[in-house]
Design a protein. Structure first.
Length: 265
């Protein structure tokens, strides 16, 4: 079901850890599509935000039951596409590595490095009938996030008065455990500013599927050893508290993105 049979959506939003609903959506309908890649993490809620049709999917499921390495990223994106999505804004809860990205900061990275392994990371593979699935072999991924969608996010945040750091490199780790201090030190040397567990293969698959895709990263904690207290222990409660506080500006950014008119096709 890769051909959209639904009216186009203005925007699709994928929520990460701590972001399981978009309460501002009105007249919500739920969809449970099954794609050629299987079922998505949970129901896709489609409703209106200031009159614009918007879809929301909780990446880990609405009860946070799917860990990062077991998310069916292909099904999530294919389901959104089948429901009419062409532009996807990924909300990703992350740890901050470099000084600009302390807890509760929002960022819109422009680069990424993939440290994940063993995940299904492409739609391009030989299928049971012996034919190559997917239509592309080597997609350009020099700019992993769609520049025009990133620009829209940044302009929208500025309009809405929501502070957002422009740029930075997202390092995608395998999880579900957090990283060692040595791993974070290596990632810093590699040029990573942020660390999260869900940025890949999602961004690469979005590109293969022809979806416009950008990341709005929500910093939940200093990554291991990166903060002022190098011995700090990261707790889930801190993560959730910081995500709740930092994501209060997200609906205003979404509204402002939509108010600026249709996204570039
Ligand atoms: N590391 C990886 N993923 C994360 C982190 C982290 O420190 N915080 C939130 N998601």
């Amino acid at each position: 079901m890769s051909t959209p049979t639904h009216p186009p959506l203005a925007l699709a939003v994928i929520g990460g850890t701590g972001l399981y609903r978009l309460a501002e959506l009105q007249d919500v309908e739920s969809h449970q599509p099954v794609t050629r890649y299987g079922a998505p993490s949970g129901p896709i809620r489609i409703g209106t935000l200031d009159g614009h049709r918007v879809a929301f999917l909780a990446r880990h499921g609405e009860g946070h039951s799917v860990p990062p390495h077991q998310i069916n990223y292909r099904a999530n994106l294919a389901a959104l596409q089948a429901l009419g999505a062409s532009h996807v804004l990924a909300l990703n809860t992350v740890g901050g590595i470099t000084e600009r990205f302390g807890p509760r900061v929002l960022g819109c990275p422009d680069q990424l490095i993939d440290y994940t392994w063993g995940r299904v990371s492409t739609i391009c593979e030989v299928e049971a009938d012996g034919r190559l699935g997917g239509e592309v072999l080597h997609v350009d991924f020099g700019d992993p996030y769609t520049p025009s969608l990133r620009a829209r996010v940044l302009e929208a945040a500025a309009d809405a008065g929501v502070a957002l750091v422009d740029g930075g490199c997202y390092g995608a780790t395998q999880g579900p455990r957090l990283e060692t201090r040595a791993e974070i030190a290596r990632m810093r040397r590699d040029g990573c500013d942020l660390v999260g567990m869900t940025g890949m293969p999602e961004a690469g698959l979005a590109r293969e599927l022809g979806l416009h895709y950008a990341c709005l990263a929500i910093v939940a904690n200093w990554a291991a050893g990166a903060g002022p207290d190098p011995d700090e222990v990261i707790t889930l409660q801190d993560v959730l508290d910081n995500v709740a506080a930092a994501s209060s500006g997200v609906p205003a950014v979404l509204r402002s993105m939509l108010a600026r008119g249709p996204l570039q096709p």
